[in-house]
Design a protein around this ligand. Structure first.
Ligand code: 3NM
Ligand code: MG
Length: 518
């Protein structure tokens, strides 16, 4: 086996501790994993004595050789030499790369763990064959992980590898499993360079059926994710071009009557259902995730609104997100109050790490809380607060663009001026009315409206999102101007009227929006 030809796509790291391996037999687990499609095996055992390590490694090597898959030993160059396997994997606290290379020679495979660009640079210059980038997500498997780097950290490393035209291969490690593997592979891409694979411990070793687990991971890694089919990150419009698309998208919602599946909070369920009906969608308020797979098959979109998050609710969001990702149907995430409490900050992290979100919609502090650097910002309540007092307005559009670039999705930040971006251009929308801020749940209902638009027009989620925003905010303006509207109370029914009237006027040929001066 030439080391240049090694396939790193599904890289198994073993673990012999009872917490992970359980009562299973390590050799059987590794053989099952190889049958399921594992392409590279690292023997990792931090506890056994040298004699036992060599014995186990020798047996493992006999198994991996049958499958023409390389066996690498964690840390122990002496063990690799003793069993004459294909190489080693070394961490930052182990023997240096230069020493390992001197002992093992030029044909051995040597991989290095890296968690910063500096470490990556050193590994590349030092002649590593591949790097293990981590720790991506917090994991109970390794109790001494130093840096949790997230998707953004992986992107930084790939950006470096791409810019330096490096031939060094890369896998990422830490908390990777069937729920996030395809998202991680896909979102990690930077400048056309993506990971060569993912490394897992518990997703295979702790699985009841390691062969099935490996098969499932192989499928997820080797086939393009369903949710990526309709992502056009390159799309850029001039504002006038987008405005021309808006009436078309409103009409498509009317014709298709797409399902808007809301997993939303207790406060807004009724209002959100009414808004969905009047923009022309078919609402269902379903918080029980066991229904999600059937609902996703109906071709609609999911709204995950964390307004009244509970531990059980969070598990339901994660399951539903997986079901919609697998069906390739869009998901809108509304991180209500994301910065307000530790519970919400950590729920946001779990949701963003558990699947692909097509559109993230929130107010300023909520969107900031979804960014890598923003998690520590304290938010006062779940209401949006006066615009511009919390953050530098000039920076907001950059925050929106950067988050959309990171997540390869569409991000909407609401405020007096709303910002929408797909990571390329930032579009500013100045419509809306202050009454929207005086009625509870109007932000959440915007999420519902956007879900209807992206469900009906998934081939262009940027334009669909802007269509939803304009339909919604212009309806608010028209309602607020009516003679029979005296304040926020009378505004609510008038707002539902105007959502409906804009849709019908648009469908009947004229543009309901054109009448509003757009
Ligand atoms: N190395 P799981 S994280 C062995 O960050 C290892 O370098 C890591 O286990 C690193 O797939 C890790 O069960 C454990 O999350 C990964
Ligand atoms: Mg080590």
């Amino acid at each position: 086996m030439r080391k240049q030809d090694v396939d790193y796509s599904l890289y198994l790291v073993t673990d012999s501790t009872p917490a992970i391996l359980g009562t299973k037999d390590l050799y059987q687990v590794v053989e099952a994993a190889l049958k399921g499609g594992v392409t590279c095996v690292q023997f990792r055992d931090k506890k056994s004595e040298t004699g036992a390590l060599i014995e186990t490694a020798r047996k493992l090597h006999a198994i991996t050789q049958k499958y023409h898959v390389p066996l690498l030993i964690n840390d122990r160059v002496d063990v690799a030499l003793a069993v004459e396997c294909e190489g080693v994997h070394i961490g930052q606290d182990d023997m240096t790369l230069a020493t390992a290379r001197k002992s093992l020679g030029p044909d051995a495979i040597i991989g290095v763990t890296v968690s910063t660009v500096e470490e990556l640079d050193t590994a590349c210059r030092g002649g590593a064959d591949y790097v293990g980038i981590g720790t991506v997500f917090a994991t109970p498997t390794k109790d001494d992980t130093k840096h949790i780097i997230g998707i953004e950290g992986v992107q930084r490393m790939l950006f470096y590898l791409s810019s330096s035209r490096s031939k060094v291969k890369s896998v990422c490690i830490g908390g990777i499993n069937a729920a996030n593997a395809s998202q991680v592979m896909w979102q990690s891409m930077a400048k056309q360079k993506t990971l060569d694979g993912v490394a897992v411990v518990s997703a295979i070793v702790a699985a009841e059926d390691p062969e099935a687990a490996a098969k499932d991971l192989t499928r997820l890694i080797k086939t393009p994710p369903a949710f990526a089919a309709n992502v056009k990150a390159e799309e850029q419009y001039r504002s006038a071009e987008i405005l021309e698309l808006v009436p078309e998208i409103i009409k498509v919602v009317h014709e298709k009557k797409p399902l808007s599946h809301n997993m939303t909070n207790l406060v807004v369920q009724n209002m959100a259902a009414n808004v969905a009906l009047n923009v022309g969608a078919s609402p269902i308020m379903a918080n029980y995730a066991e229904e999600a797979q059937d609902l996703a098959a109906l071709g609609g979109a999911l709204v995950v609104n964390m307004g009244t998050v509970t531990p059980e609710g969070l598990e339901n969001y994660l399951k539903a997100l997986k079901a919609y990702n697998e069906a390739g149907q869009p998901v809108v995430y509304d991180p209500v109050g994301a910065g307000a409490t530790e519970v919400r900050r950590s729920a946001t992290k779990r949701i963003l790490g558990a699947g692909y979100i097509d559109v993230i919609k929130g107010n300023q502090s909520e969107i900031v809380s979804c960014t890598p650097g923003g998690a520590k910002l304290q938010q006062r309540g779940v209401d949006s607060g006066p615009t511009g007092t919390d953050y530098d307005v000039a920076k907001l559009s950059g925050v929106v663009r950067d988050l959309a670039t990171l997540r390869k999705n569409v991000v909407v930040m609401t405020g007096t001026t709303d910002y929408v971006s797909n990571g390329k251009t930032v579009y500013a929308v100045g419509n809306g009315h202050e009454y929207l801020g005086m009625v509870t749940g109007t932000g959440c209902c915007l999420g519902t409206t956007i879900s209807a638009m992206v469900a009906a027009h998934p081939q262009d989620k940027l334009a669909a999102t802007i269509a939803g925003l304009l339909h919604y905010e212009i309806a608010a303006e028209l309602a607020a101007e009516r003679d029979d509207v005296r304040g926020p109370g009378t505004f609510v029914p008038a707002f539902l009227d105007e959502l409906y009237r804009i849709r019908m006027a648009t469908v009947q040929g004229g543009s309901g929006l054109a009448e509003a001066g757009q």
